[in-house]
Design a protein around this ligand. Sequence first.
Ligand SMILES: Cc1cc2nc3c(=O)[nH]c(=O)nc-3n(C[C@H](O)[C@H](O)[C@H](O)COP(=O)(O)OP(=O)(O)OC[C@H]3O[C@@H](n4cnc5c(N)ncnc54)[C@H](O)[C@@H]3O)c2cc1C
Length: 401
Amino acid sequence: MSDHTPEHDPPEPLRSPAPRVVIVGAGYAGSHAAVAARRAGDVEVVVVDQDGWHGFLPRLAGVAAGRLRASDARSPLRELTGVEVVRAGVVRVDDEAGLLVLDDATTLQADAMVVTVGSGSPAGSVPGSSEHAATLHTPDDALRLRRRLARTRQLLVVGAGATGVQLAAEVAALRDDIEVHLIEVAGRVLPAEPQRLSEDATRYLHRVGVRLHLGTEVARIDRRGLLTGEGRRLDGTVVWAGGWRARADELLPDAPLLDGRAVVTSDLRVSGLRRVLAAGDVAAHRDVLGRPLPMSAQIASQAGAVAGRNAAALATGRATRPARLLELGRMIDCGARGVGRVGPVPLGWGPTARMVPLLHLGIDARHLWQLGGPVLALAHLPGRTRPQVDTGARPNLHAVS
Ligand SMILES: Cc1cc2nc3c(=O)[nH]c(=O)nc-3n(C[C@H](O)[C@H](O)[C@H](O)COP(=O)(O)OP(=O)(O)OC[C@H]3O[C@@H](n4cnc5c(N)ncnc54)[C@H](O)[C@@H]3O)c2cc1C
Protein backbone atom coordinates (compact mmCIF):
# COMPACT_ATOMS: atom_id res chain seq x y z
CA MET A 1 0.00 0.00 0.00
CA SER A 2 1.37 3.34 -0.95
CA ASP A 3 -0.15 5.20 1.98
CA HIS A 4 1.19 3.18 4.91
CA THR A 5 2.68 5.91 6.99
CA PRO A 6 4.90 5.54 10.04
CA GLU A 7 2.79 6.34 13.11
CA HIS A 8 5.18 9.06 14.23
CA ASP A 9 5.69 10.53 10.74
CA PRO A 10 3.43 12.72 8.56
CA PRO A 11 0.03 13.04 10.19
CA GLU A 12 -1.73 13.52 6.85
CA PRO A 13 -2.08 10.17 5.07
CA LEU A 14 -2.59 10.35 1.33
CA ARG A 15 -6.30 10.07 0.50
CA SER A 16 -7.48 7.64 -2.10
CA PRO A 17 -9.99 9.11 -4.57
CA ALA A 18 -12.81 6.82 -3.37
CA PRO A 19 -13.82 6.34 0.28
CA ARG A 20 -11.93 3.41 1.74
CA VAL A 21 -13.27 0.37 3.58
CA VAL A 22 -10.67 -1.67 5.46
CA ILE A 23 -11.45 -5.22 6.53
CA VAL A 24 -9.30 -6.70 9.30
CA GLY A 25 -8.99 -10.47 8.81
CA ALA A 26 -9.28 -12.70 5.74
CA GLY A 27 -11.34 -15.53 7.26
CA TYR A 28 -14.99 -16.40 6.62
CA ALA A 29 -16.36 -13.05 7.79
CA GLY A 30 -13.54 -10.99 6.26
CA SER A 31 -13.69 -12.62 2.82
CA HIS A 32 -17.46 -12.11 2.51
CA ALA A 33 -17.17 -8.58 3.89
CA ALA A 34 -14.56 -7.73 1.27
CA VAL A 35 -16.62 -9.04 -1.63
CA ALA A 36 -19.84 -7.41 -0.39
CA ALA A 37 -18.14 -4.03 0.11
CA ARG A 38 -16.64 -4.19 -3.37
CA ARG A 39 -19.98 -5.15 -4.93
CA ALA A 40 -21.67 -2.26 -3.12
CA GLY A 41 -19.55 -0.02 -5.38
CA ASP A 42 -17.98 3.44 -4.99
CA VAL A 43 -15.44 2.34 -2.39
CA GLU A 44 -11.86 1.15 -2.35
CA VAL A 45 -11.62 -2.11 -0.42
CA VAL A 46 -8.49 -3.28 1.39
CA VAL A 47 -8.13 -6.40 3.51
CA VAL A 48 -5.41 -6.53 6.18
CA ASP A 49 -4.55 -10.02 7.39
CA GLN A 50 -1.63 -11.18 9.46
CA ASP A 51 -0.80 -13.97 7.01
CA GLY A 52 -2.75 -12.98 3.89
CA TRP A 53 -4.42 -16.39 3.49
CA HIS A 54 -8.03 -17.41 3.78
CA GLY A 55 -8.11 -20.48 6.03
CA PHE A 56 -10.72 -23.23 5.62
CA LEU A 57 -10.77 -24.15 9.30
CA PRO A 58 -13.32 -27.00 9.03
CA ARG A 59 -10.74 -28.80 6.84
CA LEU A 60 -7.93 -28.64 9.43
CA ALA A 61 -8.66 -32.02 11.03
CA GLY A 62 -8.37 -33.61 7.58
CA VAL A 63 -4.98 -31.96 7.07
CA ALA A 64 -3.72 -33.01 10.52
CA ALA A 65 -4.83 -36.60 9.91
CA GLY A 66 -3.13 -36.65 6.49
CA ARG A 67 -6.30 -36.98 4.39
CA LEU A 68 -6.04 -33.49 2.93
CA ARG A 69 -3.11 -31.39 1.80
CA ALA A 70 -2.24 -28.16 3.55
CA SER A 71 -3.12 -26.35 0.32
CA ASP A 72 -6.68 -27.66 0.71
CA ALA A 73 -7.00 -25.69 3.93
CA ARG A 74 -5.86 -22.27 2.75
CA SER A 75 -5.87 -20.07 -0.33
CA PRO A 76 -4.49 -16.58 -0.87
CA LEU A 77 -7.44 -14.23 -0.37
CA ARG A 78 -6.44 -12.05 -3.29
CA GLU A 79 -6.71 -15.06 -5.59
CA LEU A 80 -10.17 -15.90 -4.21
CA THR A 81 -11.66 -12.42 -4.36
CA GLY A 82 -9.43 -10.11 -6.42
CA VAL A 83 -9.46 -7.68 -3.47
CA GLU A 84 -6.20 -6.01 -2.43
CA VAL A 85 -4.67 -7.70 0.62
CA VAL A 86 -2.07 -6.16 2.93
CA ARG A 87 -0.15 -8.77 4.87
CA ALA A 88 0.20 -7.29 8.37
CA GLY A 89 -1.19 -7.66 11.87
CA VAL A 90 -3.45 -4.89 13.10
CA VAL A 91 -2.62 -3.83 16.67
CA ARG A 92 -5.06 -0.96 17.20
CA VAL A 93 -8.25 0.37 15.67
CA ASP A 94 -8.92 4.09 16.18
CA ASP A 95 -12.57 4.90 15.55
CA GLU A 96 -12.24 8.63 16.21
CA ALA A 97 -9.32 9.17 13.83
CA GLY A 98 -10.41 6.55 11.28
CA LEU A 99 -7.04 4.81 11.48
CA LEU A 100 -5.66 1.33 11.91
CA VAL A 101 -2.23 0.85 13.45
CA LEU A 102 -0.30 -2.06 11.96
CA ASP A 103 2.37 -4.19 13.64
CA ASP A 104 5.16 -2.47 11.69
CA ALA A 105 4.00 0.83 13.30
CA THR A 106 2.55 2.16 10.05
CA THR A 107 -1.03 3.37 9.87
CA LEU A 108 -3.78 2.91 7.37
CA GLN A 109 -6.59 5.41 6.97
CA ALA A 110 -10.17 4.17 6.59
CA ASP A 111 -13.63 5.68 6.23
CA ALA A 112 -15.17 2.51 7.63
CA MET A 113 -13.64 -0.64 9.09
CA VAL A 114 -14.83 -4.20 9.66
CA VAL A 115 -13.07 -6.19 12.39
CA THR A 116 -13.21 -9.94 11.65
CA VAL A 117 -10.23 -11.34 13.57
CA GLY A 118 -11.94 -14.56 14.65
CA SER A 119 -11.21 -16.33 17.91
CA GLY A 120 -8.37 -18.30 19.48
CA SER A 121 -7.77 -21.16 21.84
CA PRO A 122 -8.28 -20.43 25.54
CA ALA A 123 -4.70 -21.27 26.41
CA GLY A 124 -3.82 -21.77 30.04
CA SER A 125 -7.22 -22.94 31.27
CA VAL A 126 -5.59 -26.18 32.53
CA PRO A 127 -2.06 -26.09 34.00
CA GLY A 128 0.46 -26.97 31.30
CA SER A 129 -1.97 -26.63 28.37
CA SER A 130 -0.33 -23.60 26.75
CA GLU A 131 3.19 -25.10 27.06
CA HIS A 132 2.54 -28.73 26.17
CA ALA A 133 -0.73 -29.12 24.25
CA ALA A 134 -0.96 -28.74 20.50
CA THR A 135 -3.88 -26.71 19.13
CA LEU A 136 -5.74 -26.86 15.83
CA HIS A 137 -6.70 -23.40 14.75
CA THR A 138 -4.60 -22.56 11.71
CA PRO A 139 -3.24 -24.52 8.72
CA ASP A 140 0.22 -24.25 10.31
CA ASP A 141 -1.13 -25.85 13.51
CA ALA A 142 -2.53 -28.68 11.37
CA LEU A 143 0.82 -29.26 9.64
CA ARG A 144 2.71 -29.19 12.95
CA LEU A 145 0.29 -31.71 14.38
CA ARG A 146 0.63 -33.95 11.34
CA ARG A 147 4.41 -33.99 11.82
CA ARG A 148 3.96 -34.86 15.50
CA LEU A 149 1.51 -37.63 14.62
CA ALA A 150 4.16 -39.23 12.41
CA ARG A 151 6.10 -40.01 15.64
CA THR A 152 3.28 -40.69 18.06
CA ARG A 153 1.51 -43.89 19.04
CA GLN A 154 -1.12 -42.32 21.28
CA LEU A 155 -3.20 -39.19 20.59
CA LEU A 156 -5.05 -37.54 23.48
CA VAL A 157 -7.70 -35.09 22.28
CA VAL A 158 -9.10 -32.90 25.06
CA GLY A 159 -12.63 -31.66 24.39
CA ALA A 160 -15.34 -33.52 22.47
CA GLY A 161 -16.95 -30.54 20.77
CA ALA A 162 -17.06 -30.45 16.97
CA THR A 163 -13.28 -29.99 16.52
CA GLY A 164 -12.35 -32.72 19.00
CA VAL A 165 -14.81 -35.21 17.51
CA GLN A 166 -13.66 -34.42 13.96
CA LEU A 167 -9.98 -34.78 14.79
CA ALA A 168 -10.33 -37.96 16.84
CA ALA A 169 -12.51 -39.61 14.18
CA GLU A 170 -10.30 -38.58 11.24
CA VAL A 171 -7.09 -39.80 12.88
CA ALA A 172 -8.61 -43.04 14.18
CA ALA A 173 -10.14 -43.83 10.78
CA LEU A 174 -6.93 -43.23 8.83
CA ARG A 175 -4.19 -44.30 11.24
CA ASP A 176 -4.49 -47.77 12.67
CA ASP A 177 -1.02 -47.34 14.19
CA ILE A 178 -2.27 -44.61 16.58
CA GLU A 179 -4.49 -45.19 19.61
CA VAL A 180 -6.86 -42.23 19.89
CA HIS A 181 -8.40 -41.09 23.20
CA LEU A 182 -11.09 -38.40 23.40
CA ILE A 183 -11.48 -36.80 26.83
CA GLU A 184 -14.55 -34.74 27.70
CA VAL A 185 -15.68 -33.26 30.99
CA ALA A 186 -19.38 -33.42 30.05
CA GLY A 187 -21.23 -36.71 30.10
CA ARG A 188 -21.55 -36.93 26.31
CA VAL A 189 -19.72 -35.96 23.13
CA LEU A 190 -20.95 -32.82 21.29
CA PRO A 191 -22.50 -31.48 24.50
CA ALA A 192 -23.75 -28.32 22.76
CA GLU A 193 -25.70 -30.30 20.18
CA PRO A 194 -28.95 -32.29 20.52
CA GLN A 195 -28.71 -35.71 22.21
CA ARG A 196 -29.40 -37.51 18.91
CA LEU A 197 -26.22 -36.08 17.34
CA SER A 198 -24.19 -37.17 20.37
CA GLU A 199 -25.49 -40.70 20.02
CA ASP A 200 -24.71 -40.91 16.29
CA ALA A 201 -21.25 -39.42 16.83
CA THR A 202 -20.55 -41.81 19.73
CA ARG A 203 -21.48 -44.78 17.55
CA TYR A 204 -19.12 -43.66 14.79
CA LEU A 205 -16.29 -42.89 17.22
CA HIS A 206 -16.61 -46.40 18.68
CA ARG A 207 -16.69 -47.88 15.21
CA VAL A 208 -13.36 -46.32 14.23
CA GLY A 209 -11.84 -47.31 17.57
CA VAL A 210 -11.71 -44.01 19.49
CA ARG A 211 -11.56 -44.54 23.27
CA LEU A 212 -13.97 -42.19 25.00
CA HIS A 213 -13.40 -40.76 28.49
CA LEU A 214 -16.65 -38.93 29.30
CA GLY A 215 -17.27 -37.02 32.52
CA THR A 216 -13.49 -36.80 32.83
CA GLU A 217 -11.72 -33.63 33.83
CA VAL A 218 -8.12 -32.98 32.80
CA ALA A 219 -6.16 -31.75 35.81
CA ARG A 220 -2.73 -31.18 34.25
CA ILE A 221 -0.91 -31.46 30.94
CA ASP A 222 2.83 -32.06 30.82
CA ARG A 223 5.58 -33.15 28.45
CA ARG A 224 4.56 -36.83 28.60
CA GLY A 225 0.78 -36.50 28.35
CA LEU A 226 -1.94 -35.67 30.85
CA LEU A 227 -3.29 -36.40 34.29
CA THR A 228 -7.05 -36.67 34.83
CA GLY A 229 -8.89 -35.26 37.86
CA GLU A 230 -9.17 -38.82 39.20
CA GLY A 231 -5.40 -39.21 39.07
CA ARG A 232 -5.25 -41.43 35.96
CA ARG A 233 -2.23 -40.90 33.73
CA LEU A 234 -2.42 -41.02 29.91
CA ASP A 235 0.75 -40.62 27.88
CA GLY A 236 0.89 -39.32 24.31
CA THR A 237 0.50 -36.23 22.14
CA VAL A 238 -2.09 -33.92 23.68
CA VAL A 239 -4.29 -31.70 21.49
CA TRP A 240 -6.34 -29.03 23.19
CA ALA A 241 -9.72 -28.83 21.46
CA GLY A 242 -11.52 -27.42 24.47
CA GLY A 243 -13.35 -24.54 22.82
CA TRP A 244 -12.46 -21.19 21.36
CA ARG A 245 -12.64 -17.76 22.87
CA ALA A 246 -12.71 -14.40 21.10
CA ARG A 247 -10.49 -11.55 22.31
CA ALA A 248 -12.30 -8.53 20.91
CA ASP A 249 -10.75 -6.34 23.63
CA GLU A 250 -7.29 -6.68 22.05
CA LEU A 251 -8.29 -4.46 19.10
CA LEU A 252 -11.38 -2.80 20.54
CA PRO A 253 -10.57 -1.95 24.18
CA ASP A 254 -13.60 0.35 24.50
CA ALA A 255 -16.14 -2.07 23.08
CA PRO A 256 -18.70 -3.65 25.42
CA LEU A 257 -18.04 -7.40 25.51
CA LEU A 258 -20.06 -10.57 25.92
CA ASP A 259 -17.88 -13.63 26.56
CA GLY A 260 -14.95 -11.91 24.88
CA ARG A 261 -17.04 -11.01 21.80
CA ALA A 262 -17.87 -7.42 20.85
CA VAL A 263 -21.47 -6.34 21.34
CA VAL A 264 -22.81 -5.06 18.02
CA THR A 265 -25.93 -3.15 16.98
CA SER A 266 -28.43 -4.59 14.50
CA ASP A 267 -26.43 -3.19 11.55
CA LEU A 268 -23.26 -4.80 13.02
CA ARG A 269 -21.60 -1.57 14.16
CA VAL A 270 -19.65 -2.09 17.37
CA SER A 271 -21.80 -0.57 20.13
CA GLY A 272 -20.70 2.98 20.89
CA LEU A 273 -18.41 3.32 17.84
CA ARG A 274 -19.10 5.32 14.69
CA ARG A 275 -17.33 3.64 11.82
CA VAL A 276 -16.16 0.27 13.14
CA LEU A 277 -18.23 -2.84 12.47
CA ALA A 278 -17.50 -6.38 13.65
CA ALA A 279 -18.49 -9.75 12.23
CA GLY A 280 -17.75 -13.44 12.75
CA ASP A 281 -16.42 -15.08 15.91
CA VAL A 282 -15.25 -11.74 17.30
CA ALA A 283 -18.81 -10.33 17.44
CA ALA A 284 -21.69 -11.43 19.69
CA HIS A 285 -24.23 -12.13 16.94
CA ARG A 286 -27.92 -12.83 17.47
CA ASP A 287 -30.44 -14.41 15.15
CA VAL A 288 -33.64 -12.80 13.87
CA LEU A 289 -35.39 -13.74 17.13
CA GLY A 290 -32.63 -12.20 19.25
CA ARG A 291 -31.13 -15.54 20.35
CA PRO A 292 -27.31 -15.71 20.71
CA LEU A 293 -25.60 -17.44 17.79
CA PRO A 294 -22.61 -19.81 18.09
CA MET A 295 -19.22 -19.21 16.52
CA SER A 296 -19.41 -20.85 13.12
CA ALA A 297 -18.25 -20.43 9.55
CA GLN A 298 -21.80 -20.11 8.24
CA ILE A 299 -22.71 -17.31 10.68
CA ALA A 300 -19.38 -15.57 10.04
CA SER A 301 -20.02 -15.67 6.27
CA GLN A 302 -23.56 -14.27 6.58
CA ALA A 303 -22.52 -11.57 9.05
CA GLY A 304 -19.42 -10.67 7.02
CA ALA A 305 -21.52 -10.03 3.92
CA VAL A 306 -23.87 -7.70 5.83
CA ALA A 307 -21.00 -5.92 7.57
CA GLY A 308 -19.15 -5.37 4.28
CA ARG A 309 -22.23 -3.90 2.63
CA ASN A 310 -22.93 -1.69 5.64
CA ALA A 311 -19.31 -0.54 5.82
CA ALA A 312 -19.54 0.61 2.19
CA ALA A 313 -22.81 2.38 3.06
CA LEU A 314 -21.24 4.14 6.05
CA ALA A 315 -18.21 5.18 4.00
CA THR A 316 -20.39 6.73 1.30
CA GLY A 317 -23.07 8.24 3.54
CA ARG A 318 -25.82 5.78 2.61
CA ALA A 319 -28.20 4.11 5.07
CA THR A 320 -27.15 0.79 6.62
CA ARG A 321 -29.39 -2.27 6.84
CA PRO A 322 -30.05 -4.60 9.79
CA ALA A 323 -28.51 -8.08 9.73
CA ARG A 324 -30.94 -10.99 9.63
CA LEU A 325 -28.79 -13.96 10.58
CA LEU A 326 -30.01 -17.53 10.60
CA GLU A 327 -28.41 -20.71 11.90
CA LEU A 328 -29.25 -23.19 9.15
CA GLY A 329 -27.64 -26.29 10.65
CA ARG A 330 -24.31 -27.89 11.53
CA MET A 331 -22.03 -30.32 9.67
CA ILE A 332 -19.34 -32.23 11.54
CA ASP A 333 -17.46 -33.78 8.65
CA CYS A 334 -15.19 -36.64 9.72
CA GLY A 335 -13.89 -37.49 6.23
CA ALA A 336 -15.80 -40.50 4.92
CA ARG A 337 -18.77 -39.93 7.22
CA GLY A 338 -20.05 -37.37 9.63
CA VAL A 339 -22.89 -36.19 11.81
CA GLY A 340 -24.87 -33.00 11.57
CA ARG A 341 -28.25 -31.43 11.23
CA VAL A 342 -30.13 -29.36 8.70
CA GLY A 343 -32.18 -27.10 10.95
CA PRO A 344 -33.33 -29.53 13.64
CA VAL A 345 -33.28 -32.59 11.31
CA PRO A 346 -30.45 -34.92 12.39
CA LEU A 347 -27.96 -36.49 9.96
CA GLY A 348 -25.51 -39.19 10.94
CA TRP A 349 -27.72 -42.30 11.22
CA GLY A 350 -27.55 -45.03 8.56
CA PRO A 351 -26.92 -43.76 5.03
CA THR A 352 -27.26 -40.11 6.09
CA ALA A 353 -23.78 -40.34 7.69
CA ARG A 354 -22.30 -40.37 4.20
CA MET A 355 -24.33 -37.33 3.19
CA VAL A 356 -22.54 -35.08 5.69
CA PRO A 357 -19.19 -34.89 3.83
CA LEU A 358 -21.09 -34.31 0.58
CA LEU A 359 -23.18 -31.54 2.11
CA HIS A 360 -20.03 -30.04 3.58
CA LEU A 361 -18.46 -30.07 0.13
CA GLY A 362 -21.57 -28.32 -1.19
CA ILE A 363 -21.30 -25.68 1.54
CA ASP A 364 -17.63 -25.14 0.67
CA ALA A 365 -18.53 -24.83 -3.03
CA ARG A 366 -21.25 -22.27 -2.24
CA HIS A 367 -18.84 -20.27 -0.08
CA LEU A 368 -16.23 -20.18 -2.85
CA TRP A 369 -18.80 -19.49 -5.56
CA GLN A 370 -20.11 -16.49 -3.61
CA LEU A 371 -16.56 -15.17 -3.32
CA GLY A 372 -15.32 -15.63 -6.86
CA GLY A 373 -17.68 -17.58 -9.13
CA PRO A 374 -17.91 -21.19 -10.35
CA VAL A 375 -14.45 -21.60 -11.89
CA LEU A 376 -12.75 -20.51 -8.73
CA ALA A 377 -15.05 -22.70 -6.64
CA LEU A 378 -13.97 -25.76 -8.61
CA ALA A 379 -10.29 -24.87 -8.41
CA HIS A 380 -10.29 -24.51 -4.63
CA LEU A 381 -12.42 -27.44 -3.51
CA PRO A 382 -10.47 -29.99 -1.48
CA GLY A 383 -9.08 -32.84 -3.61
CA ARG A 384 -11.11 -35.61 -2.13
CA THR A 385 -10.26 -38.08 -4.88
CA ARG A 386 -6.48 -37.65 -4.82
CA PRO A 387 -4.24 -40.07 -2.90
CA GLN A 388 -4.20 -38.08 0.28
CA VAL A 389 -2.49 -39.91 3.10
CA ASP A 390 1.03 -38.57 3.06
CA THR A 391 2.18 -39.29 6.61
CA GLY A 392 3.78 -42.54 5.69
CA ALA A 393 1.14 -44.42 7.66
CA ARG A 394 -1.01 -47.11 6.08
CA PRO A 395 -4.61 -45.94 5.73
CA ASN A 396 -7.13 -48.12 7.51
CA LEU A 397 -9.68 -48.22 4.73
CA HIS A 398 -11.88 -50.85 6.42
CA ALA A 399 -12.64 -48.48 9.24
CA VAL A 400 -14.06 -45.80 6.96
CA SER A 401 -15.86 -47.91 4.40
C1 LIG B 1 -10.54 -26.92 13.65
C2 LIG B 1 -11.80 -26.14 13.45
C3 LIG B 1 -12.89 -26.74 12.82
C4 LIG B 1 -14.06 -26.02 12.62
N1 LIG B 1 -15.10 -26.64 12.00
C5 LIG B 1 -16.23 -25.93 11.74
C6 LIG B 1 -17.31 -26.52 11.03
O1 LIG B 1 -17.25 -27.69 10.66
N2 LIG B 1 -18.40 -25.75 10.77
C7 LIG B 1 -18.48 -24.44 11.16
O2 LIG B 1 -19.48 -23.77 10.87
N3 LIG B 1 -17.49 -23.85 11.84
C8 LIG B 1 -16.36 -24.57 12.14
N4 LIG B 1 -15.34 -23.98 12.82
C9 LIG B 1 -15.51 -22.60 13.30
C10 LIG B 1 -15.29 -21.64 12.16
O3 LIG B 1 -14.14 -21.99 11.42
C11 LIG B 1 -15.18 -20.23 12.70
O4 LIG B 1 -16.36 -19.93 13.39
C12 LIG B 1 -14.96 -19.24 11.54
O5 LIG B 1 -13.69 -19.48 10.96
C13 LIG B 1 -15.04 -17.81 12.04
O6 LIG B 1 -14.77 -16.96 10.98
P1 LIG B 1 -14.07 -15.55 11.24
O7 LIG B 1 -13.99 -14.90 9.92
O8 LIG B 1 -14.75 -14.87 12.36
O9 LIG B 1 -12.62 -15.93 11.79
P2 LIG B 1 -11.45 -16.74 11.08
O10 LIG B 1 -11.97 -17.59 10.00
O11 LIG B 1 -10.69 -17.38 12.20
O12 LIG B 1 -10.54 -15.60 10.42
C14 LIG B 1 -9.86 -14.65 11.20
C15 LIG B 1 -8.77 -14.03 10.33
O13 LIG B 1 -8.24 -12.91 11.01
C16 LIG B 1 -6.83 -12.89 10.91
N5 LIG B 1 -6.34 -12.12 12.05
C17 LIG B 1 -6.45 -12.44 13.37
N6 LIG B 1 -5.94 -11.45 14.14
C18 LIG B 1 -5.51 -10.50 13.28
C19 LIG B 1 -4.89 -9.23 13.46
N7 LIG B 1 -4.64 -8.71 14.67
N8 LIG B 1 -4.55 -8.51 12.36
C20 LIG B 1 -4.79 -8.99 11.11
N9 LIG B 1 -5.39 -10.18 10.88
C21 LIG B 1 -5.74 -10.92 11.96
C22 LIG B 1 -6.45 -14.35 10.90
O14 LIG B 1 -5.19 -14.54 10.24
C23 LIG B 1 -7.59 -14.97 10.09
O15 LIG B 1 -7.31 -14.99 8.71
C24 LIG B 1 -14.15 -24.68 13.04
C25 LIG B 1 -13.06 -24.06 13.66
C26 LIG B 1 -11.90 -24.78 13.85
C27 LIG B 1 -10.72 -24.10 14.51
